[in-house]
Design a protein around this ligand. Structure first.
Ligand code: C2E
Ligand code: MG
Ligand code: MG
Length: 886
């Protein structure tokens, strides 16, 4: 098929579509065939306009080649059944219309024949006199410049001045560029009637266009602010409707592009297509159609849009009729979108409440317009109304819908913001709670250690003087035992409350551990801190009833002052804890930190830590201090005294580490090491000819070791040493901590054959009467009585009576700490049995001891038992050169 044929086929198809409506309307131009002479129109009473069609005759001009003369001579003139001049699609031909007017009045008449459209391509007017004289010729139409108009008016009109008593015939030739004829009225007005009617219509249209423009501008601003795609599409739609109406009604041609008739045509058809497409696009976007319909449906909608838009292509080539055909696809698109929206409306989609009536109004408007063109509706003043009202309703409903959507959006955002706000508040609450938890002690509600530390750090940073009070509850374990842990908790809570009420503004109370509290008092000196500590002690001591038990809490308080006692929060807290430990030993249980205690404390901690491994690391040494019989000066035995050679601190005296061993429960291993070593020494010395007994010291805790007897027995047996050669020295105070129990244990020990000696007698507040009941063989008078002994001293009385009474009980009396020969002599004169002290020899290492023995006259040691037994004796002269290191 060649392109020309194809074009004609397409045009024909379109023509059929267009003419279908008019055919349905009951007739087209081809049904008319009457050559009867036309009635003459008398110019009278035409203010409101008179339809000329019934008075007119029409003539087809196939090929469109007829001129006026040919038309006048033509015989094919017919009547027209239509009120409008409507020739549909008729390619390659023109139509003529003819009407005769007469002015019977005495006055000239100014008349206008109005075609009511601006859309006809070629309109030629001829006015002829009855004698055939051509009175007026005018060739105009929207394919010709606007300057061709006789009256500068948007619609195609013929103004004419009809003299009185005159009769004229008006010939109208309608031609087209591409075969498509506009449907148009053919009305006669007098001037007044015409300008009244057209003025009213123009005003109405201007209002409509102004409204559209204002709406478009407003929404454009909204779009610029909100950047909402739907609003942008709505603006485009408004502009398309506005442009369409302005061009369709001829305003554009009259005022905007009077010299561009082609543009005028293109604008009209193009903007109508665009109005349909942008309206549909907007609705699709606005109702979010993709959420509600299938992909297939969406494709159909998209295809229709593309198809409608394709109408812009022929338009670019001046194919006006083709574009109009495509605009019908646009109308179809609107109908499809409308039906889809109806479905959404039934599904309860809110947006459809606006789009459905909007598109309904548009469709009705277009339908009414077509109905009017096709004369299905009776002739009326409808003309511009349906399209104006329909599109006004449409754009207004859509605007309303947009406003509603924005409002919905705003409400949603508001609700979301509220939710967010609530969530934020909730989070803040949780965070507050968490931070409260992180900084507070759960049980008492006081600050916790971390918070107190931070507070103290901040105060130190500021350089603000602070008193730090470290409180420790005495024996809180006993409280828990008495009232259970719940009761204990209640007590702690109560103490927390009391502490809190005792705090002045700015002061801080915190709980550090189960039974330890901290009080931080800004700008407080030592004196005031001590007063505060005393007040807190009394506050804690006030009895509280817990499950029927009266509980009174005693507490010890350590005090440090910033910046006097330490310069960092860490040091302050550590020293406060040390002071608190020290306070435990004081009657009032309040201790202000003593300078240097921190280093002591560190050393103590290190020693306690290392003590457990000292034996296995071979750090213990045994020194031996001779015991001599005063009367003869002979060596009777030796006391084994332990030393600890610490890798860092060097030689450490038992006076320092034995209490630590007792505190930390490390005596057991140590004692066993000493006993083992002593027994071993006895054996090797015996083998070397130095057969003496040895005393070893055991601590109070050793008395609790159930296997001590077993261990001693096994050691002695293994070494082949008789039990009687070993003396266990137990301090008087150790015995007195639990006299009954001590007695039982000592009896067991004694039963195994070892000798028992009461060490440091005179410091333990026991009585000789009590000792009488104990299975002891020896009594060592504490060196504090011996050291400065003189005949006249107070101690002399005690020592002499002790010697006497001990002898009465059958005990051997040993004086220890004998530092001078005078004391030795004195003791001898009083009948004291054995002496030990620097005057005889310092504690000596084994080799030194052997040398000492050898220097005194060899190893002629008697076979005495350990306690007070006689060893190889020499004279008890003076100090020893190789005495102990410490
Ligand atoms: P202690 O059992 O009363 O030992 C006598 C202490 O007096 C020894 O001190 C000794 O060196 C010292 N001494 C002896 N003669 C003189 C003197 O003339 N003048 C002065 N000023 N001091 C003298 P050391 O060795 O420091 O022992 C102290 C305490 O440590 C001992 O007192 C004893 O209670 C305990 N101890 C020593 N070794 C052991 C041991 O192996 N186990 C246990 N549990 N305790 C031990
Ligand atoms: Mg001793
Ligand atoms: Mg002693």
């Amino acid at each position: 098929m060649d392109p020309v044929t194809a074009r004609h086929c397409l045009r024909l198809a379109l023509a059929w579509m267009l003419l279908l409506a008019s055919a349905l309307a009951g007739g087209g131009p081809l049904r008319t065939a009457s050559a009867a002479e036309a009635p003459v129109v008398t110019i009278r009473g035409i203010e409101a306009g008179l339809d000329l069609a019934p008075f007119a005759r029409i003539l087809p001009d196939p090929g469109g080649r007829m001129d006026l003369e040919a038309a006048r001579r033509a015989t094919g003139w017919q009547t027209t059944p239509n009120r409008l001049l409507r020739f549909g699609y008729a390619p390659d031909m023109a139509w003529w219309a003819r009407v005769t007017l007469t002015n019977p009045s005495a006055r000239a008449a100014r008349v206008v024949i109005d075609l009511g459209t601006s859309q006809q391509d070629y309109v030629d007017w001829y006015v002829t006199a009855p004698d055939g004289q051509v009175l007026l010729t005018n060739q105009t139409g929207d394919r010709r410049s606007f300057a061709t108009r006789l009256l500068p008016y948007r619609d195609l009109v013929l103004p004419y001045h009809l003299p009185s008593d005159a009769t004229v015939t008006v010939y109208l030739r309608l031609g087209t560029h591409d075969g498509l004829f506009a449907s148009m009225p053919f009305r006669l007005y007098d001037y007044t009637g015409f300008f009244t009617t057209s003025g009213r219509e123009s005003a109405l249209l201007s209002m409509f266009h102004g409204g559209l423009a204002a709406l478009a501008l407003f929404n454009l601003l909204v779009f610029l602010v909100t950047h909402q795609g739907a609003v942008g599409l709505y603006v485009l739609h408004l502009l398309a409707v506005l442009t369409g109406s302005v061009s369709f009604r001829g305003f554009g041609f009259q005022y905007l592009w009077p010299d561009l008739p082609g543009l005028s045509n293109a604008m009209t058809a193009g903007s109508i297509i665009l109005a349909f497409v942008t309206g549909s696009l907007f609705v699709v976007r606005y109702v979010r159609l993709h959420r509600h319909v299938s992909v297939a449906t969406r494709r159909v909608v998209s295809l229709l849009m593309i198809a409608a838009l394709s109408g812009l292509v022929p338009l670019a080539f001046g194919q006006y009729a083709l574009a109009v055909g495509f605009s019908l696809i646009g109308l179809g698109l609107v109908v499809v979108v409308y039906l889809l929206n109806v479905r959404l409306l039934f599904r309860g989609v809110r947006e459809a409440r606006f789009t459905v009536p909007a598109f309904f109004a548009l469709i009705v408007a277009v339908a009414l317009h077509y109905l009017e063109i096709s004369e299905l509706l009776p002739p009326s003043g409808f003309r511009v109304w349906p399209l104006i009202i329909g599109s006004s309703i449409e754009v207004m409903l859509l605007a309303f819908g947009l406003a509603d959507a924005m409002n919905q959006q705003r409400e949603r955002r508001f609700a979301a913001e509220r939710r967010e706000e609530l969530a934020r508040l909730h989070m803040a609450e949780i965070e507050r709670e968490a931070s409260h938890k992180a900084r507070h002690d759960e049980l008492t509600g006081l600050l916790n250690r971390r918070a107190a530390e931070e507070w103290l750090e901040a105060a130190v940073e500021r350089g603000q003087p602070v008193a730090v009070l470290h409180l420790g509850l005495n024996d809180f374990g006993a409280v828990n035992e008495a009232v259970g842990h719940t009761g204990g908790d209640a007590v702690l809570r109560q103490l927390g409350r009391r502490l809190e009420t005792a705090m002045a503004p700015g002061e801080i109370a915190a709980r550090l551990l189960a039974d330890e509290f901290l009080v931080l008092m800004p700008d407080t000196d030592q004196a005031r801190a001590v007063i505060a500590a005393d007040r807190i002690q009394r506050l804690f001591a006030v009895p509280q009833q817990v499950s029927g038990t009266d509980i009174s809490i005693a507490c010890r308080v350590g005090i440090v002052i910033f910046p006097v006692d330490a310069r960092t929060a860490e040091d302050l807290l550590r020293r406060a804890a040390i002071a608190m430990q020290d306070a435990a030993r004081l009657p009032r249980r309040i201790q202000v930190y003593q300078a240097g205690r921190d280093d002591d404390h560190r050393r103590r901690i290190a020693l306690i830590r290392d003590l457990r491994h000292a034996a296995e690391h071979g750090e213990f040494r045994l020194l031996y201090q001779p015991k001599i019989r005063i009367a003869t000066g002979t060596l009777v035995a030796a006391e084994a005294l332990i030393r600890w050679e610490h890798p860092t601190y060097g030689m450490i005296s038992p006076a320092e580490f034995i209490p630590l061993a007792e505190q930390s429960g490390a005596t057991r291993g140590m004692t066993r090491w000493v006993i083992g070593e002593a027994v071993h020494r006895m054996r090797s010395w015996r083998a070397a000819g130095l057969d003496i007994g040895l005393s070893v010291n055991i601590s109070a805790l050793d008395l609790d070791d159930p296997d001590l007897i077993g261990f001693v027995g096994r050691s002695l047996e293994a070494a082949g040493i008789e039990a009687g050669r070993l003396t266990l020295e137990v301090t008087e105070s150790a015995i007195m901590t639990n006299p009954e129990r001590s007695r039982a244990i000592l009896e067991d020990l004694r039963a195994s054959g070892v000798m028992i000696s009461v060490d440091d007698f005179g410091t333990g507040y026991s009585s000789l009467a009590h000792l009488k009941r104990l299975p002891v063989q020896e009594l060592k008078i504490d060196q504090s009585f011996i050291r400065d002994l003189s005949e006249a001293s107070e101690d002399a009385v005690i020592v002499r009576s002790t010697i006497g009474m001990s002898h009465n009980l059958g005990l051997t009396v040993v004086a220890e700490g004998v530092e001078s020969v005078e004391t030795l002599a004195l003791l001898g004169s009083w009948g004291c049995d054995v002496a030990q002290g620097y005057a005889i020899a310092r504690p000596l290492a084994a080799a030194d001891f052997e040398r000492w023995v050898a220097e005194r006259g060899g190893a002629g040691v008697s076979g005495e038992t350990g306690a007070s037994g006689e060893a190889g004796a020499t004279d008890a002269s003076g100090d020893d050169a190789t005495s102990e290191a410490d």
